[in-house]
Design a protein around this ligand. Structure first.
Ligand SMILES: N[C@@H](CCC(=O)N[C@@H](CS)C(=O)NCC(=O)O)C(=O)O
Length: 205
């Protein structure tokens, strides 16, 4: 049995929606950020980085969305969540790595600016500029990276799940998602999928 450690509304939404898209059987265990559970010894024994998602498999724990998505795609090939050729798979990983290492990190400069600075004025400045740096990433995705209708073209993949979650955070940092019409349309297309609706509904309770 797979176990996903998650916090609703965080990057773990990516892994949870991907598990649903795969039709996987799993249990979801909440790591309550309001109680700082991600920093408690019990959770650090699962993921010493103190972050979600973490996916416990029969073979061990996988952390990092890029790795979790690659594992899900390969473990549930019948779900067709990734290109089945090496180059296509690399394209999926390249897109997802951009989201993980650049887009998500730009967002974190708003949500958790204290990671990068101690000086309150500096923290305030980081938080002030982060939304536009986050928006810059979507300008590149809009113009250059989103092929349409899905990220990689004609076929849905786990890039679409990851992009959906990142794009859904635009409003949180007060960026109007309609500044990026193609990303916005894509986001609504993904939001309508049964797996996405199921996760969002479950996590709303
Ligand atoms: N590189 C990791 C990032 C995971 C991450 O930063 N998750 C955030 C939630 S969005 C977290 O667990 N934050 C807890 C904290 O900073 O205390 C991934 O892509 O999976």
């Amino acid at each position: 049995m797979l176990t996903l450690f998650y916090q609703p509304g965080s990057a773990s939404d990516v892994a949870r929606i991907a598990l649903e898209e795969a039709g996987a059987t799993y249990q979801a265990l909440r790591v309550d950020f309001s109680k700082d559970e991600q920093r408690q010894p019990q959770y650090l024994a699962i993921n010493p980085k103190g972050r979600v998602p973490a996916l416990v498999t029969d073979e061990g724990v996988i952390t990092e969305n890029v790795a979790i998505l690659g594992w899900i795609a390969q473990s549930f090939p019948e779900a067709g969540l990734a290109p089945d050729d090496a180059f296509g798979f690399a394209r999926m990983q390249a897109f997802n790595a951009y989201l993980a290492t650049t887009v998500h990190v730009a967002y974190a400069h708003w949500r958790r600016a204290y990671r990068w600075a101690d000086d309150p004025a500096c923290i305030e400045h980081l938080r002030a500029v982060a939304p536009e740096r986050y928006a810059d990433c979507f300008a590149v995705i809009e113009a250059e990276m989103l092929e349409g209708p899905w990220v990689l073209g004609d076929d849905f993949s786990l890039c679409d799940v990851y992009l959906f979650v990142m794009a859904d955070w635009l409003e949180t940092v007060n960026i109007d998602p309609r500044r990026f019409p193609r990303v916005h349309d894509h986001c609504e297309l993904v939001r309508a999928r049964p797996a996405v609706r199921k996760v969002l509904a479950q996590q709303a309770v």
